[in-house]
Design a protein around this ligand. Structure first.
Ligand code: ATP
Length: 446
């Protein structure tokens, strides 16, 4: 088992490329920023969308037993009372009386004290830490014009509860029967004590969660099944096997709702960390909401009636994207010049193909290149670039992870072929211009 990330990436290098190449900008930048908040630029939007699309494809489109949902962000506050979040959704907080910073008591080894040279909180004699106290991570807000306790509400800290409270709506309107799942992607909000490490821990992030309802006796088996399914998803989309592992939670680590949880961990440049959690939530949530709402939440079949148990794979888009970026980031020397390249899987790469007339001012080349680009962009994300030397244009596409470039040159004008350049191998092959789209679509669907 690897102890350290293998590759050229560091969090700083990935963050710098993301900013330089319009993936991710620090939020509220011109006002001095807002801690651990980020805005996504053009390529970040495309990358996020592709990751979400692959999740939807694997969990909804290519299955018959999972349906979609998009629930509200602000729910009736009673939802969070019944779910246990009002009482239990907290992290242990410690204050340092010396450096005046706050830390998560269970993550001290990952935190840096405010004093220089930076140490772990509690590591030096000067550190003066308080006893841990529980700090609720939900953001509070008010609904309507009144600002009293009767109008208090929360921004959801997870998308899961929106699914549980729709259990009855879905079972009565869709042709579903356990085992079946409800999948949702949407924003969640947590007032994290120590956010940081670029995209790793944010206060506002999109989650991709699926609640899979099963007969109680089959829960353990389905838990194993979903751990394996989700693991394979990450590997299929390009994460290196040596950078991914599954770790089962032990007793005290389990959440208040969970009977068993395994984390799929990724070896980020900052060490092994949770990428995705796959929890066996038992019947906790449906029972809590049945009691809290007075509505029966159970499966009623021809000859059976029971409260299903629930298996939940839960991941955020940003943690997934950060893992893909770290894994794909590479630096090498090609023909005596340094090159930075994102070796992203073509399915998640923001741009699939760049169309490049070798000489941007050559009207005959442009006349071939524009229609090719306009045809390609109807089927996939494509870019047209006729500015700067060809080498520079290739490097730009390498940095945003574009797997293929089609170059139109003198020979195109003579025989109707173009050069197909491969981002990873740098191999160039000549293919007929007319077959280019079909070839790329074929490779994308492989
Ligand atoms: P952690 O122990 O890292 O705080 P958690 O165990 O509280 O995470 P879950 O409640 O299981 O996390 O959330 C499910 C998934 O949502 C996580 O696996 C992770 O991918 C993502 N996630 C949770 N908190 C954050 C956050 N603050 N920023 C980005 N993604 C997050």
């Amino acid at each position: 088992m690897l102890e350290q990330f293998e590759g050229a990436a560091t969090i700083e290098k990935v963050a710098s490329l993301c900013r330089r190449r319009a993936f991710v900008f620090p939020s509220s930048d011109i006002y001095g920023g807002l801690g651990s908040s980020f805005d996504f630029g053009h390529y970040g939007v495309l990358l996020n969308d592709n990751v979400k699309a692959e999740w939807r494809r694997a969990l909804i489109q290519e299955r018959e037993d999972v349906v979609g949902l998009d629930s509200a962000i602000i729910l009736n506050p009673q939802v969070w009372v019944a779910s246990g979040h009002v009482v239990n959704f907290s992290d242990p907080l410690v204050d340092c009386r010396t450096c005046k910073l706050r830390f998560r008591a269970d993550k001290l080894e990952d935190s840096a004290c405010g004093k220089r040279p930076s140490k772990r909180p509690g590591e030096t004699d000067q550190c003066d830490l308080t006893e841990p106290r529980q700090f609720n991570l939900m953001f509070e807000t008010h609904v309507g014009a009144l600002q009293d306790s009767s109008s208090a509400a929360y921004l959801r800290p997870e998308t899961a509860q929106g699914i549980f409270i729709n259990f009855k709506n879905v079972t009565s309107s869709m042709r579903v029967k356990p085992p079946f799942g409800i999948a949702q992607i949407g924003k969640s909000f947590r007032n994290e004590i120590t956010p940081g490490n670029f995209l790793f821990r944010l206060r506002e992030f999109e989650q991709m969660e699926m609640e899979f309802f099963v007969p109680p006796a089959d829960a353990a088996e389905w838990h194993e099944y979903w751990i394996e399914q989700r693991l394979q998803w990450h590997l299929r989309l390009g994460l290196r096997e040596s950078h991914v592992r599954v770790r089962a939670h032990e007793g005290a680590e389990l959440s208040h709702y969970s009977t068993a949880t395994s984390d799929i961990e990724y070896l980020y440049p900052i060490g092994w960390q949770e990428l995705e959690g796959v929890a066996n939530r038992g019947d906790y949530d449906l029972r809590q909401h049945a009691e809290g709402s007075g509505t029966k939440l159970e499966w009623v079949g021809q000859e059976e009636r029971y409260v299903p148990h629930v298996i939940e794979p839960a991941i955020s888009v940003v943690r997934s994207v950060l893992a893909f970026l770290c894994d794909a980031y590479d630096e090498e020397i090609v023909e005596d010049r340094p090159r930075t390249v994102l070796r992203l899987h073509p399915r998640i790469a923001p741009v699939k193909v760049a169309v490049l007339p070798l000489i941007g001012r050559d009207a005959a080349m442009v006349e071939k290149a524009r229609p090719l680009y306009e045809d390609l962009r109807r089927s996939m994300s494509a870019e047209y670039d006729d500015a700067a030397a060809i080498g520079k244009r290739y490097r730009r596409q390498d940095e945003i992870g574009t797997p293929w470039a089609l170059t139109i040159d003198q020979q195109t004008l003579e025989d109707g072929t173009v050069t197909l350049r491969d981002r990873d191998s740098l191999a160039q092959e000549r293919i007929p211009i007319d077959g280019a789209k079909a070839l790329l679509l074929d490779r994308l669907s492989a």
